[in-house]
Design a protein around this ligand. Structure first.
Ligand code: CIR
Length: 253
């Protein structure tokens, strides 16, 4: 069960955030409406939502997931690999200090973004991507093992972040797309396979009794429902334009 969630409102500079997609420039008003709906959906899942104010100096800072890795007992503050995002951690640190006494840090030359970290019960998977390097991944692995978790480092081939292509729903069930459909590291889990035309739906989040999924991906929604999970659908177009998904918009703990 999650009790708390941290989110951060998109600021006016959001439209200038990083992207690799060709879906166009986000519309700020629409992004703010979609963010508000995201907060409401989280509240409907029974969590307390801490909303941090926007900061125009950091266009991508609404994607708070990348700044930390959280467990019930400790936090790890990341070291984002995107230079324009790196200092977002300084704003997240005081927010996390109000919840955690035990805080670890990923240090340069290690880089790591939370979007590359997937927790499956007591086992963490750490993606090596354009944003998370081996030094960052090994630092996190060591921290997690000292805290009695298991950790596996996974080399990404095409996905932007690890969680762009995989989500854990609980009950040993993962949602997988693309390179993770047949990836040996995830063969021990029950797989819900996302068809290629719905790949964006692989980034979904289980929050207590619900799985929140992006709107407009009927095949994936039906498979998740059939596996016994209740879903909430949210419009995500303005976040998808900047390579962001449902997991990216919050830290859940
Ligand atoms: C970036 O390029 O960093 C942002 N535009 C998107 C970050 C998405 N975060 C995530 O997948 N955890």
């Amino acid at each position: 069960m999650f009790k708390n969630v941290i989110v951060k409102t998109p600021g006016e500079s959001y439209i200038n955030g990083l992207t690799t997609s060709d879906l166009g420039t986000p519309i700020l008003e629409k992004a703010l409406d979609q963010h508000q709906a995201y907060v409401e959906a989280l509240k409907a899942c029974g969590v307390e939502v801490t909303i941090l104010p926007s900061n125009v100096d950091f266009p991508d800072s609404t994607f708070v997931e990348d700044t930390a890795v959280l467990t019930p007992k400790f936090a790890v503050i990341s070291n984002p690999g995107a230079p324009s995002r790196n200092k977002e951690i300084h704003e997240m640190e005081p927010a996390l200090q109000s919840f955690y006494e035990n805080i670890h840090y990923i240090q340069a030359p290690g880089t790591l973004e939370g979007g590359d970290i997937l927790q499956i019960d007591d086992h963490f998977y750490i993606g090596l991507s354009a944003r998370t390097n081996l030094a960052g991944a090994e630092q996190l692995k060591l921290i997690l093992e000292l805290e009695n978790y298991k950790a596996t480092i996974v080399q990404l081939e095409k996905f932007f972040h690890l969680k762009t292509g995989i989500a854990y729903l609980g009950d040993q069930t993962v949602v997988v797309a693309g390179e993770f459909v047949d990836h040996p590291d995830f063969n021990e889990y029950t797989k819900i396979i996302v068809p290629p035309e719905e790949v964006y739906a692989a980034n979904c989040i289980r929050v207590n009794d619900y799985v929140i999924i992006p709107a407009g991906y009927p095949v994936t929604k039906q498979k998740i429902n059939k596996a016994g999970f209740q879903t909430i659908e949210l419009e995500m177009s303005e976040f998808q334009k900047l390579d962001g998904g449902l997991s990216c918009l919050s830290l859940r703990f």
